[in-house]
Design a protein around this ligand. Structure first.
Ligand code: PGA
Length: 266
């Protein structure tokens, strides 16, 4: 459901959007003490950094959002949640609203991660609603899209990506309100990555589709995610269409994530 966005990109957002983004998705890992240690460790490295840094976002589990925010609140590191429920409030046991997330310091939220699509049977109508509700509450969704191994093998990857974009994106948004993460399902946590050519092909398609359908859409940051490590980050971040990385496992190790951050090119 592509609708031409009528929103205009504010001038002051353009510079921020040209940065690379390094986003750590901690998933359902660790304890409160470990979250504190990791967040404080990153903060110390940021304070001692001698070069300009990319935009860094950490996404802890719900119970540790406040703990992590208390550590990061006066720093350039920002915080995101791993999911959001698309209603404002009410009888939704176990769910968390966008307003509750902004209330505890989140600026971003991961939406449509393949693990949620798989374990919680999330479909595109729900994902679109989550994106919409998040944006309206002032949260910036990081929409995850990607093909399965079977779809890649049968030559359908580009078709799948294109139809996910069409069905998952909200009806209207401004480029600075969204981030897209291309995460092939078969690359998440497996150690198998697409070739640089395959990544560039998909990223190029996403940028093309966005610039066709959204005013200024070519500026929406497009990240790669799936088995990013300290070793492969530089090669990925040097690719012209890659505006950053969504990092799972490697974001739980201070030294590895710091190496990924330092591989940023802008
Ligand atoms: P991974 O996870 O880096 O551990 O492969 C990435 C993700 O699921 O976002």
């Amino acid at each position: 459901m592509w609708l031409l966005s009528k929103n205009v990109l504010p001038e002051d957002k353009k510079e921020e959007m040209m940065q690379q983004y390094i986003i750590g998705n901690w998933k359902m890992n660790g304890t409160k003490a470990e979250a504190q240690k990791l967040a404080s460790g990153f903060l110390k490295r940021i304070q001692e950094a001698e070069r300009p840094l990319p935009k860094i976002v950490l996404c802890p589990s719900y119970p540790y959002l406040t703990t992590v925010f208390d550590i990061l609140k006066n720093s350039p590191i920002e915080m995101g949640a791993q999911d959001v429920f698309p209603e404002k409030s009410g009888p939704y046991t176990g769910d968390v609203s966008a307003i509750q997330l902004t209330d505890v310091g989140c600026k971003y939220v991961i939406v449509g991660h393949s693990e949620r699509r798989l374990h919680h049977k999330e479909d595109c109508a729900l994902i679109r609603k989550k994106n919409d509700v998040a944006i309206k509450a002032g949260l910036r969704p990081i929409l995850c899209i990607g093909e399965s191994a079977e779809e890649r093998k049968s030559g359908k990857a580009l078709h799948v990506i294109s139809s996910q974009l069409k069905s998952d994106l909200p009806e209207s948004f401004s480029p600075h309100e969204m981030i897209i993460a291309y995460e092939p399902l078969w690359a998440i946590g497996t150690g198998h990555l697409p070739s640089h050519e395959e990544i560039e092909e998909v990223m190029g398609l996403i940028k093309h589709e966005l610039s066709l359908h959204v005013s200024g859409g070519g500026l929406v940051p497009i990240l790669y995610g799936g088995s990013v490590t300290a070793e492969n980050a530089l090669g990925l971040l040097e690719l012209p269409h890659v505006d950053g990385l969504l990092v799972g496992g490697a974001s739980l190790k201070l030294d590895d994530f710091w190496d990924v951050i330092n591989a940023s090119q802008r």
